[in-house]
Design a binder for this molecule. Structure first.
Ligand code: AHR
Length: 489
């Protein structure tokens, strides 16, 4: 048992946790949309207009605040007009990025907005800049949001939707430094300005435009964008970072040793260095924090499960992923002054998914349970939280304890993870400037290799837990490899 001192000061507010930090990402990739979210109206799997009911309920339970769609790399080859109107007539295309499979466009704009309405989350559309035209994106915005007489509003009405939708988040392309067109930042900055000029605010709709930002530590990209584009309605700049120590040898989700585990954690912790680096640049151009950093793709990326299509990026999800998610979300909370949205890649059946499906079966992964444990942070004020920590692995950045705390409506939520595989942690935490009378806790703890599969879908699950509070001191023990949520009232 190792002992740690912590201090939380409720009067020291370091940011506001935008709910969108708990956002997700869905792409036309493998079984994310088709089979994962959408099964079609004729399916025997319970559905609402083709959208799986079980998945919608699971999304609602974690209070999913925002869903990004349709990609990813797919977004820059997606032509939205192929995905509207009579499904039998919709064009079939090749999904060139992901397995070369046939995309029948049966899940399109109307289906996506219905999904968001069912879940109660904000839609986040990633527009096609790489292979689309300015007119095409401009018309998509008109189709989605214009309330009046116009060609696109008329077309929408013909397709059964008189009333426009509200669209807040609009991405102007995706990874335009890579699959979205291999552009230089200077070139993309101009392209961004051109495309965004024709994406109008119709009928009281106010677009929150998100420019393609850097990959990992490409600080020059951020510098160029902030210098050239900040006055062109850019409200968000995206950042993509996958936790892959070696792209040539990613390893399997369930097969790893202690060294692999600490290596992934150290890589995941790099997200904090990257956020600080990009924030520093953004602070110089935007000291008032008007432009948010949007980590709209993050998470673990392993080799696909044996026997599955390599283009489908299907991987299992263990307690290792839960620890990674827990420390990442604590980092996003602590940097919520600048980080205003984050979208885990991806929501169902792809990469670090929160849900896996197999026909009519569905399971919640350990990562899902972390989103469940953390959901009360949404809309809270992030407050100062210090831990007298220790590093677990020489030469790697792996603090044993990860933490964040927030206050909302007189309730404090504290989330802690113990990354050690061997040692329990005894935490003694001073709570300052907060009058708590009651404490409750929940825990996710298991062997680091533990996961849920379709034969044992509840192998890893949240359990009630105990923490105590005496004279303003919170005491809790964190077992090795665990994530804990504590609520103080
Ligand atoms: O999430 C998988 C892919 O990773 C996305 O399509 C792309 O944006 C990124 O490179």
């Amino acid at each position: 048992m190792k002992q740690f001192k912590m201090l939380i000061n409720a009067s020291d507010k370091i940011g506001h946790i935008n709910p969108e930090i708990y956002g997700h990402f869905s792409e036309h990739l493998g079984r994310c949309i088709y089979n994962g979210i959408y099964v079609g109206e004729d399916s025997k799997i319970p559905n609402i207009h083709g959208i799986r009911k079980d998945v919608v309920e699971a999304f609602k339970n974690i209070k999913m605040p925002v869903l990004r769609w349709p990609g990813g790399c797919f977004a820059d080859e997606y032509h939205w007009k192929d995905g509207i109107g009579d499904k039998a007539q919709r064009k079939k295309m090749i999904n060139t990025n992901w397995g070369g499979v046939v995309e029948d466009n049966s899940f399109g704009t109307h289906e996506f907005f219905e999904l968001c309405e069912l879940v109660g989350c904000e839609p986040y559309i990633a527009g096609n800049v790489g292979s689309g035209t300015v007119q095409e994106l401009s018309e998509w915005v008109e189709y989605m949001t214009f309330d009046g007489v116009s060609p696109m509003a008329e077309l929408r009405g013909k397709n059964g939707r008189e009333k426009p939708w509200k669209l807040k988040y609009l991405g102007i392309g995706n990874e335009n430094w890579g699959c979205g067109g291999n552009m230089r930042p200077e070139f993309y900055a101009d392209v961004y300005k051109q495309f965004q000029s024709f994406c109008k605010n119709y009928s009281g709709n106010d677009l929150f435009k998100i420019a393609c930002g850097p990959s990992g530590d490409d600080y020059n990209w951020t510098e160029v964008m902030m210098k050239n584009v900040k006055d062109y309605h850019m409200k968000g700049l995206s950042l993509h970072f996958y936790y892959v120590p070696d792209w040539n040898n990613k390893g399997f989700a369930t097969e790893f040793d202690e060294n692999d585990y600490y290596t992934i954690l150290s890589t995941a912790n790099r997200i904090e260095t990257l956020i600080k680096g990009h924030t520093e640049i953004m602070n110089r151009y935007d000291p008032e924090n008007k432009i948010g950093l949007i980590v709209d793709e993050w998470g673990c990326w392993y080799d696909v499960e044996k026997g599955t299509n390599p283009g489908f990026l299907y991987q299992q999800n263990t307690m290792r992923d839960a620890i990674v998610a827990a420390l990442s979300l604590n980092i996003f909370n602590r940097h919520s002054k600048r980080v205003i949205m984050a979208n885990l890649a991806q929501v169902v059946n792809v990469l670090q998914a929160v849900i896996l499906t197999d026909g009519e079966k569905m399971l919640l992964t350990p990562t899902y349970h972390v989103f469940d444990l953390y959901k009360e942070h949404q809309n809270g004020d992030c407050v100062y939280c210090y831990t007298d920590n220790e590093n677990l692995c020489d030469g790697k950045n792996v603090p044993m304890i990860s933490s964040s705390a927030s206050v909302k409506d007189g309730v404090m939520t504290i989330t802690l993870a113990n990354a050690s595989l061997n040692d329990e942690a005894e935490i003694s935490c001073d709570i300052c400037n907060f009058d708590a009378k009651e404490v409750t806790a929940r825990i996710l703890a298991d062997d680091v290799h533990a996961y849920n599969d379709f034969d044992a879908p509840e192998n890893v699950k949240i359990k009630p837990y105990t923490a105590t509070l005496e004279n303003g001191k919170l005491k809790v023990n964190l077992p090795a490899c665990s994530v804990v949520e504590i609520t103080l009232k």
